[in-house]
Design a protein around this ligand. Structure first.
Ligand code: CA
Length: 388
């Protein structure tokens, strides 16, 4: 089934209220989306993950200039073959970052097409779903000023509990003192051991401060401590992991089976967090899952994109076997970004929601979504078409 056309869309919306994480201020939500069309008429959607500070035009350019020549005219039902073709073509200037996000977008779209062709959700193509629903956790706690927002962040935690979340991830990395102040205030206000807490500093610290923060939170039984140090400091990860008892998580800024191989060899993490929209799509995350299992590492995908990326994450999460098996084994949880996003939910016809604290895995073919192209038209700043 020949790939006949690829549409690349850059969509953007400025945020009414910009917010900060430890690495900078986020002024807009943006995404790079692709639609792959085939000679049979089937179309698949994909998304390149756009970090808060990442211009979406980079992945769009990589798709247009580097990837469309590789995949146009090729068989849409061979995503693994095309993944390696795209990776080999871009190795000398890719391997990480926006080029890998570009490969991810095409790969997701090809799996979406395969699902529609075989009339099966992607989870079924990957070997079947271990679960039919997933528990979401609230990702939020961004800063509107910077330091000294303890009261507002504590209110936010109470609000998430009110909305039904039983797990939440607090953004830290604004100085160890400020971080500890925030956590103690949230811990006291929630005062509920049933609510799972995670922290994420977005690699704000060097090794000693990262360890100092972790030691200050030793009593919190955190589910995980995310990105304690810079993603390339694998020895730093291992040092932090050795110094602290809590599970260390990371990987949203790591890519492909090759990048993850280095992470696992360094004994860097307890929880691996590939983002399907940037690690290399379903094809790569499938490899990463096998490697994680073999290394005794839990895999819990990262996702911060639009509804397309969330759909991909839901399909994949369903297929993850528990890593440390027991009767009440720990299952992966779904990152559920509750920060402001003008078009995330409007992008699909049936946005999912949390019902009784769970999100159902869509059971329709492919990604299981219907994309609203009017929403794309409303927010698009770039639309390029490449065809045979
Ligand atoms: Ca993160």
């Amino acid at each position: 089934m020949k790939i006949t056309r690829i549409d690349v869309f850059v969509v953007k919306a400025p945020l009414e209220t910009p917010f900060a994480f430890s690495q900078g201020w986020v002024h807009q939500r943006a995404a790079t989306l692709v639609r792959v069309s085939t000679e049979s008429g089937l179309q698949g959607w994909g998304e390149a993950f756009t970090q808060g500070l990442e211009p979406p035009e980079i992945a769009a350019a990589a798709i247009g200039h580097a990837l469309t020549p590789v995949v146009l005219g090729q068989d849409a039902l061979s995503p693994v073959v095309l993944w390696h073709a795209m990776y080999n073509r871009t190795r000398d200037f890719g391997r990480k970052g926006s080029v890998m996000s570009a490969i991810s977008a095409i790969d997701i779209a090809l799996w979406d097409i395969a699902g529609q062709h075989y009339n099966a959700p992607i989870a079924a193509l990957l070997g079947g779903a271990c679960s039919t629903s997933v528990q979401p956790y609230a990702t939020g706690f961004y800063r509107l000023k910077g330091q000294g927002e303890v009261a507002r962040l504590t209110d936010e935690a109470l609000r998430h509990r009110e909305s039904g979340f039983r797990a939440m991830k607090i953004k830290l990395g604004f100085g160890v003192r400020d971080d500890l102040h925030v956590m103690h205030s949230i811990g006291e206000a929630l005062n509920d051991p049933e609510i799972e807490l995670m922290i994420d500093t977005n690699h704000a610290y060097g090794r000693s401060d990262a360890i100092r923060l972790g030691r200050g939170l030793a009593d919190f039984s955190l589910r995980w401590y995310e990105e304690p140090v810079a993603p390339e400091d694998l020895e730093g990860y291992a040092a932090v992991r050795k110094a602290l008892d809590m599970p260390i998580a990371g990987g949203e800024n790591e890519h492909s089976l090759y990048g993850y191989n280095a992470l696992f060899r360094a004994d860097a993490v307890d929880v691996a967090q590939p983002d399907i929209g940037s690690c290399g799509g379903f094809t790569a995350v499938r490899d990463v899952l096998s490697m994680a299992q073999a290394n005794g590492v839990m895999l819990n995908p990262h996702v911060w994109g639009t509804a397309i990326a969330q759909a991909a994450s839901l399909q994949f999460i369903a297929t993850i076997p528990v890593t440390h098996h027991r009767l009440d084994a720990v299952e992966p949880i779904l990152e559920y970004d509750v920060s402001s996003h003008p078009f995330r939910q409007d992008l699909i016809a049936e946005p999912w929601q949390m019902v009784n604290g769970r999100v159902a895995i869509p059971g329709k073919p492919g990604l299981g979504i219907e994309v609203n192209t009017q929403t794309i038209e409303q927010y698009q700043t770039q639309h390029q078409t490449f065809s045979l």
